[in-house]
Design a binder for this molecule. Structure first.
Ligand SMILES: [Fe+2]
Length: 237
């Protein structure tokens, strides 16, 4: 697919990956899974592209780092987009499965893919799938933290497996060049290859990895409004 009419930037912050995606014709863009330490970089990239940053989208409530969505909203007036089930109180547009986020002429389809968290979404824009932590390269997000559900994660991964092989996977975490295709993941990713839900659930529930280093502070930050402001609850999409 010809994507020369869109902006696409992948920004790394340690193992966290965020993305700027936009429409060149209308000079507007969104940032997906922004991380707080990179806030100025997102704004600078948008400026360099002569593009207006209109939405900050979190694919889910992160438990391992602090989202920049709150800062982008409060300091820069950028609307925050998350799934309807999120506990984050600073969301402007609450999405549901099948909703379309409009970014100029670009349409970003929301897929509700619970499992890693209840509010997990994947975002499909043409042949690019922003998978958050639902699907990682060679793995998937853990299911033992708040809102996690291995059975739902299994179903969400099955749903992704039904999409076309050529679709590029753009995950929220990786330490390598972090784009793959669904075809590669279907063939090589053990989490996509369990023969039954029972085996998958057993695998996901017997592993007990340590909590993320910033687990408590990240959830505290991502689930609370900014002190001293009246802004809080989103009004729905
Ligand atoms: Fe996550």
């Amino acid at each position: 697919m010809d994507n020369t009419d869109i902006y696409f930037e992948q920004i790394r912050s340690s193992g966290c990956l965020s993305y700027i995606l936009g429409c060149k014709k209308n000079n507007v863009c969104v940032v997906i899974d922004p991380e707080i330490d990179k806030t100025e970089e997102y704004l600078m990239i948008a400026r360099d592209l002569s593009s207006e940053l209109i939405y900050a989208i979190d694919t889910h409530t992160h438990a391992d780092h602090s989202s920049a969505c709150k800062i982008l909203r409060e300091r820069h007036g950028i609307e925050v987009v998350m799934h309807n089930s999120t506990e984050a109180p600073y969301v402007d547009l609450r999405t549901n499965d099948g909703d379309l986020i409009h970014c100029g002429e670009l349409r970003i389809e929301v897929m509700h893919t619970p499992g890693h968290t209840e509010d997990s979404t994947c975002l499909l824009a043409r042949d690019m799938l922003f998978t958050g932590d639902t699907l990682l390269i060679g793995g998937c997000g853990r299911t033992d933290l708040p809102g996690g559900d291995p059975e739902k994660q299994y179903e969400s991964l099955r749903r992704l497996a039904s999409l076309a092989d050529h679709i590029q996977v753009c995950p929220a975490h990786d330490y390598r060049p972090a784009i793959t295709t669904l075809g590669v993941e279907k063939n090589t990713n053990t989490r996509m290859r369990f023969a039954s839900k029972e085996e998958f659930v057993n695998f996901m529930t017997t592993r007990k990895p340590p909590l993320p280093r910033k687990f408590h502070s990240a959830l505290e930050w991502n689930r609370t409004p900014i002190q001293g402001t009246q802004r809080g609850m989103g009004e729905g999409i």
